[in-house]
Design a protein around this ligand. Structure first.
Ligand code: SAM
Length: 224
């Protein structure tokens, strides 16, 4: 029986990949990725020469789910990776899994777990995480204010992904809606400039305005 493997890859430090992930990437007939340049870098580090590397992104470009289903139907083994972390977590993957499960119930869909910015951030945040709500990326317009109101009233830890272009705007909204909440910013996890910074929204705004060079990289925001 052939498989579709959903393979987690590093979120920065290229050593953060499992032995099983490396074996699967070596063995499969096709590796589906978001950006071939990003995945090639990982494959090169581990001297893996992919039999076939194809782009899949759930949008117009790249191979379609139909083509992937055809490959799987022909008995090929296929692995899906994203640029970083776990596929399907704010990344392509979920729709493909659903379509393959519907079209080819006999194909095994196997998880090859590993890094995710979500769990990595929570593991070193030092905040209560016995339960939390993950919001993915916040919407830019519609529904944004409603979410900030929800964050303000939630008794659970709320976690979301943010880009460097919007982090200041987001902290300003947190200042408006949740001025007394504790906010933890996990930046550049597993990379050279990894940093965890906590404080009230106003304290963090002050920190980033004094250190504009830190308004860079990748961010996970945790509101507790
Ligand atoms: N699938 C990925 C995962 O499992 O973490 C997430 C992909 S999502 C498109 C990318 C976002 O994840 C970034 O904008 C950032 O918010 C977060 N992220 C990814 N790598 C990160 C890192 N090394 N440090 C902090 N946040 C990171």
């Amino acid at each position: 029986m052939n498989s579709l493997y959903i393979v987690a890859t590093p979120i920065g430090n290229l050593e953060d990949i499992t032995l099983r992930a490396l074996r699967v990437l070596k063995e499969v007939d096709v590796i589906l990725c978001e950006d071939t340049r990003v995945t090639q870098k990982l494959l090169a580090k581990y001297e893996i020469s992919a039999k076939q590397l194809a782009t899949y992104n759930e949008q117009e470009s790249g191979v379609t789910a139909g083509k992937i289903i055809q490959w799987l139907g022909d008995g090929k083994n296929v692995a899906l990776v994203s640029d970083a972390g776990t596929p399907g977590i704010s990344d392509p993957g979920g729709m493909l899994v659903q379509k393959v499960r519907e079209a080819l119930p006999e194909v095994k869909i196997e998880s090859v777990p590993g890094a995710s910015a979500l769990t990595t951030a929570l593991s070193i945040a030092g905040v209560p995480v016995h339960d939390f709500v993950f919001l993915g990326f916040l919407p830019h317009k519609k529904g944004r204010e409603t979410l900030f109101k929800e964050i303000a009233t939630s008794e659970r830890t709320m976690v979301f992904y943010e880009s460097p272009h919007r982090i200041i705007k987001t902290l300003e909204s947190l200042q408006e809606f949740s001025p007394n909440k504790r906010v933890t910013i996990a930046r550049e996890l597993t990379k050279i400039h990894e940093e965890i910074k906590s404080g009230t929204p106003v304290e963090l705004l002050e920190y980033f305005s004094k250190n504009p060079n830190k308004v860079r990289g990748e961010f996970v925001v945790i509101v507790s």
